[in-house]
Design a protein around this ligand. Structure first.
Ligand code: 13P
Length: 265
C-alpha cells in the first residue's frame, strides 16, 4: 500500500560534520549519504527531510553530489557581515549563491570557543533570513538542570536571536535545534524525559509560527527518534552518523514510526 504522507509528520534530520573529517573523507561520506538518500523510502516518500552541513571548502562539491537527491546542504556558520573588508569571513549572500538552503547559528562550540554572543547570533540570524537561508538556530542550557530552567534559558536565547529579524517571524522558516551543551560530545543524549519536556515547551512557545520546527541534538543517534518523536520534529546529528549506515538505521526508524501512526487524520 502506498504511504499516505499527507497525514504524517515530516521529520527533519540534520547532520553537522563539524571539523572532524578531511576534504576527501567529507566527500566520500557525502557520496555514501547521497546513495542512501536516493534509495531509502523514508526520503522518497518525504517522511524525512535531510540536510548536511560539511565544512565551507567542501560546499560546492557537496552541492553537486546531492544535486539529484532530496538532500539539502548548509553551512556551519556565517559572518556577521555580508560583504566587504572582513578577511577570512564568509557571508550569507555567498552561502546562498553556493546553493546552501540552511545555515547553523549559535552552536555551543561557537559560543564557548569563538566568543559568539547573543548579539552576534541575532545579527547572523537576520543576515541568514535576508539571504533566504533557513537558520538552524542552536539553543540550549550550559549546565544540566531541570526542564523548567532549561526551557527558560532556551526561550530567552530564541527571543534574543530573532530580535533583529528583518521579516515577521510568522513568515520565516527556521529550525530550532535544542542542544543542551552538556549533552554534546557525550556518550549518550540527555534523558528522554528532559528532551521531551524542553521540546514540548519550545513547541508551545512557537505554536503560532508554522515555519518553525524543533529538533534535538547532543549525542543523538540510532534509537533516539523512536523514543522522542512525539515531542521532537527530528534530530540534529553529529558523531553518531559518521558511519553512514547509522543514517540508514535512523531512516528505518522513520519508516517504522510512520507505519505505526494512524492513517485516518
Ligand atoms: O553538536 C552536535 C550537532 O551539531 C551534536 O554533536 P554530537 O552528536 O557529536 O554530540
Amino acid at each position: 500500500m502506498p504511504f499516505d504522507t499527507t497525514s504524517c509528520p515530516r521529520f527533519r534530520l540534520g547532520v553537522s560534520l563539524k571539523m572532524y573529517f578531511g576534504y576527501q573523507h567529507t566527500l566520500s561520506w557525502c557520496r555514501q549519504i547521497a546513495d542512501i538518500a536516493v534509495r531509502h523510502d523514508a526520503i522518497h516518500h518525504r517522511m524525512a527531510e535531510l540536510f548536511v552541513m560539511p565544512s565551507y571548502p567542501t560546499l560546492p562539491v557537496a552541492h553537486d553530489i546531492f544535486a539529484s537527491t532530496h538532500v539539502a546542504i548548509g553551512a556551519q556558520d556565517l559572518s556577521i557581515h555580508e560583504h566587504g573588508a572582513f578577511t577570512g569571513e564568509v557571508g550569507a549572500p555567498m552561502l546562498a549563491e553556493l546553493g546552501c538552503a540552511y545555515v547553523e547559528i549559535g552552536h555551543a562550540e561557537r559560543r564557548r570557543h569563538f566568543g559568539e554572543t547573543e548579539d552576534s547570533i541575532a545579527v547572523k540570524t537576520a543576515n541568514a533570513i535576508r539571504s533566504g537561508l533557513t537558520p538552524v538556530l542552536c539553543i540550549g542550557e550550559s549546565e544540566a538542570g531541570d526542564v523548567e530552567s532549561a526551557s527558560r534559558a532556551c526561550i530567552e536565547q530564541f527571543e534574543s536571536a530573532v530580535s533583529k529579524s528583518p521579516t515577521p517571524l510568522s513568515e520565516s522558516a527556521m529550525i530550532l535545534a535544542y542542544e543542551p551543551h552538556w549533552a554534546i560530545g557525550s556518550s549518550q543524549p540527555a534523558p528522554h524525559h528532559h528532551i521531551a519536556g524542553v521540546c514540548h515547551r519550545l513547541r508551545q512557545h512557537v505554536v503560532d509560527l508554522s515555519g518553525v520546527s524543533v529538533i534535538y541534538g547532543g549525542s543523538a543517534g540510532p534509537g533516539l527518534l523512536t523514543s522522542i518523536h512525539a515531542h521532537s520534529d527530528g534530530l540534529f546529528l553529529g558523531r553518531f552518523v559518521h558511519e553512514p549506515s547509522a543514517l540508514t538505521t535512523i531512516l528505518d526508524e522513520v519508516l517504522a514510526i510512520h507505519e505505526r501512526l494512524p492513517r485516518t487524520r
